[in-house]
Design a binder for this molecule. Sequence first.
Ligand code: URP
Ligand code: ZN
Ligand code: ZN
Ligand code: ZN
Length: 478
Amino acid sequence: MTTTLLTGGTVVSATGRSPADVLIDGETIAAVLAPGSTLLGHDLAASVDRVIDATGKYVIPGGIDAHTHMQLPFGGTSASDTFETGTRAAAWGGTTTIVDFAVQRAGERIQDGLAHWHELAAGNCAIDYGFHQIVGGVDADSLAALPGLIDDGVTSFKMFMAYPGVFYADDAQILRAMQVAADTGLLTMMHAENGPVIDVLAEQLVAAGNTDPYFHGVARAWQMEEEATHRAIMLSHLTGAPLYVVHVSAKQAVEQLAWARDNGQNVFGETCPQYLYLSLEDQLGASSEEWGAFEGAKWVCSTPLRSKHEGHQHHMWQALRTNDIQMVSTDHCPFCMKDQKTLGFGDFRAIPNGIGSVEHRMDLMYQGVVTGQITLERWVELTSTTPARMFGMYGKKGVIAPGADADVVVYDPAGHTSIGVDKTHHMNMDHSAWEGFEIDGHVDTVISRGKVVVDDGTYLGSPGDGRFVKRGLSQYLV
Ligand code: URP
Ligand code: ZN
Ligand code: ZN
Ligand code: ZN
């Protein structure tokens, strides 16, 4: 058992900041002490195995990315990050826990889908990991299997109002699953976009010769995100099942969430860095010498990037301040351009959906602190503390306090990070959705359950360091 003392830093939580030393004993935080404290007269620094000098830096709970898709089969290919490469990249970026989505498809057993996801992840992860369950086929068998997930430590499941023929659930299926959720305490997660309407619009666009990635964003109209969000809210109201809407991108969807919350409903929303920084025009509509107008394929994801002329980004940052949106995950679902995104050359409908960001979430969200959009405490809350509470891990995760897992990041506000495939890039992708982003701030040291896995530019972890996190029921519900 190694003992570690972090000295001289400012410990930041969701509710405050103060200069403090942090003592780690093995895998656990043993004490948070006044700077320079002695223990029964002993100089602590002289009695521990390792001292990490955090002078001038922030000491924060490790990031929790509650929405990733390592190895997800999608559109005839699979997300390019394995659990090994994706969790290593996460660690590089100051994330010490992910919650990935196990997949069940129509006709398959939920238990088999979950067992398969355990096989993919076990022994390969650099950091701790939990699972949500995708229910891609709501039928009598899957409904009967849902309650059993709680004992497996999988306390949330996702349904899709989008992707007909793939993961789509109709309103009747959603109603039945929400009734189970209301009875059991499982948290319902929703991909809220009206898939059947979007598919018609997409078909009409392609028939008219509008095949470039840009039209992915045109087909997935904000009206159909607002509508689906509202429908999910009403089904949640009817059944009493709490609702967590994933990857919210439209300001109108945020307004629906705010309205439901003001009505007293247990309704929550997550957004992603791409919806705070990137747009329909600048990214989906991008063109390059190498790819022409197909350049935009790098940013094909659902929900899509929204128009910069409609105020979505501004509204989303505001929602992060007002708690109309509670947390930020990445929806990390990377695909290479070569052999993957190019499946949709000539027809945007065949471009595999997803962006890779798991490595950059902490840095990208810290820019909100730099620009004055959110406080330092809110940064920690959005990226670590609320994800822990929302998904039943708080106490062990999401906080620096005695008894918590020693998942700790030393973040240097005076440091600098240049993002790009030839710079800081550890995700298994042949491009970066964040190429050219310059970050004020730097992830210096990353400690995962007491083990230093990143030490200012050196990776010290190994596959299998990460363990499965058996989650409890949500601790966020009122
Ligand atoms: O484009 C995305 N979001 N791909 C991953 C699947 C999903 O809907 O979350
Ligand atoms: Zn989704
Ligand atoms: Zn997703
Ligand atoms: Zn540094």
